[in-house]
Design a protein around this ligand. Structure first.
Ligand code: HEM
Length: 87
């Protein structure tokens, strides 16, 4: 951990899961890839790795762009005001 040029914090943040994407995202050099051979212990039993949880957005009411009811109410209000003034 102390020998990792990227520091120990990033390694700790990638523990308990498959860190392949974390490793690849950094764009490690070829020599870093070669270094991995030095630290290779064994293949991971993938059945013990927590499954990736799919992102599920909270169900929000869909925005209703249909303003027809509001529009009709405005016209009715206008008509009521108009005719009650004249009479
Ligand atoms: C056994 C696995 C790993 C080895 C052997 C390794 C090795 C190295 C080496 C040699 C460097 C120096 C730059 C280079 O040569 O690419 C480096 C940088 C770095 N590594 Fe790793 N690394 C490992 C895993 C990880 C993981 C899992 C992460 C992320 C969680 C990570 C994050 C970083 C970061 C952020 C840097 C600094 C990059 C920069 O500032 O340019 N490394 N690593």
């Amino acid at each position: 951990m102390d020998d990792h040029p990227g520091g120990d914090e990033v390694l700790l943040s990638a523990t308990g899961k498959d860190a392949t994407n974390d490793f690849e995202d950094v764009g490690h050099s070829d020599s870093a890839r070669e270094d991995m051979d030095k630290y290779y212990i064994e293949d991971i039993d993938m059945s013990t790795v927590p499954l990736k949880r799919a992102y599920s957005p909270t169900q929000e009411a869909a925005y209703n762009p249909d303003k027809t009811p509001e529009f009709i109410i405005k016209i009715l209000q206008f008509l009521v005001q108009h005719y009650t003034k004249e009479k």
